[in-house]
Design a protein around this ligand. Sequence first.
Ligand code: BES
Ligand code: MN
Ligand code: ZN
Length: 487
Amino acid sequence: MTALVKMTYSDVDLDAVAALGGLIAIFVGADGKLDSCARKVNTLSRKAVERLVASDAFAGLSEGSALRLAFPTGVTAAGVIVVKLERRPSVEAARLAGAALALEKGPLDMTVLAGNIGKLADVALGLALRDYDFNAHKTAEPKARGAVAFMSSKLDGFDPKSVSAIAEGVFFTRDLTNEPANVLTTSNFADRLAEMQALGLKVEVLEEAELEKLGMGALLCVGQGSESPSKVVVMQWNGGGDEAPFALVGKGVVFDTGGISIKPAAGMEDMTMDMGGAGVVSGVMKTLALRKAKANVVGVVGIVENMPSGNAVRPGDVVTSMKGDKIEVVNTDAEGRLVLSDVLWYTQERFRPVGMINLATLTGAIIIALGHENAGVFSNSDDLSGAFIKAASAEGEGAWRMPLSAAYDKMINCRIADMRNTGGGRDAGSITAAQFLARFVKPETPWAHLDIAGVASIKGGTKLAPAGATGWGVMALNRLISDRYEA
Ligand code: BES
Ligand code: MN
Ligand code: ZN
């Protein structure tokens, strides 16, 4: 597990500034006015801060970006980081400022002279999130990571756990999603989830024999070509009363070769992230447990590996889902919807949830439609999808509503079975996938499907994540739950 950067918080002590080691960070707004922390550093450094703030370089900085004064005179510190940030910043600007600090920090300790800057929690969260580095498979000693000490006059009512609970959930998702498939096997994934029992979550691992008894023929056919056993893991957080839970459902394909409908070699290695939906569900459950959320939430993930073999499901095979509907598997690479159909049905039958959101790296087509900026949101409920999109926007996680309708649903009708698992061609590929899922959602269940194929892992990274897994959705879902399901 990638550890969070060490962060501590104390009141401002200006007398300590001259002798601080490592790096010092200060904040200055666009008007160039120095607060008492910046003034202190300015005086000690014989007005170096003033000169930097008067420069064209500072004028050209966008809010949340930083410049460095290297080895300024008058202080022991090796550098002063000057971050452009208003005293009452937006959440987005505060997180960007934190990310800028993470990038400047390197191996040195840093003292952040935050003074009375608002949104301290978001500065800290942005810093923690951008300080992530997945180095589990680098043999070299991991690079030293400096600790961060915040000095703030706004610590009344500030709870450091509100920051670390979110960052740890996001890191859990990123670690799972970055992990290669020979390490994160189906069993290893289930073991990592079972470990969360130590946090007060109830975790059950359903093995193949039980899945067969439940009739999960759609999920099981996906994993039948793999040496690794298919599993469903149920994680329950009961922090509310006795009301029905809210449900999160995730696609956990630890590797997607495509099966007999095998994918081309180029880029196939990226399919280690095909469990990203299950990764987000797991990260949210971790955050809820760490912050002891006052809500009932159940997370259910289908964990399988999609491999070709003599025992693999074939194109043209007909399988029977737990719901009872029969499905012609016309393309074994459209496997995520097969996994989800059974997990969605199971979740509704067992928990009768008040609402249900599933996440899946479901289609390449959603990347064609929305790129890496937005996940696709498909829903039978304007209320639930609207609330989710609002929460996502508040957290800076892109989410865009996509359509569902009977005309698209017709495209998955099938000559020999109740439905087929693709629309036949490439037209509306992410919508036909969503229509398939919709057939396994009861009319009374408010439901949203998030197609996260474009946002779960991004080669160029994001403002708050280095290249690779982003943890997209953990913050939005955590916020949705706290806004909607907690007293
Ligand atoms: N896991 C893939 C979707 C995917 C593609 C995720 C790119 C992340 C990045 C999914 O199982 C898949 O293979 N979908 C097919 C569906 C098609 C066969 C109908 C696709 O998108 O091509
Ligand atoms: Mn596939
Ligand atoms: Zn897949």
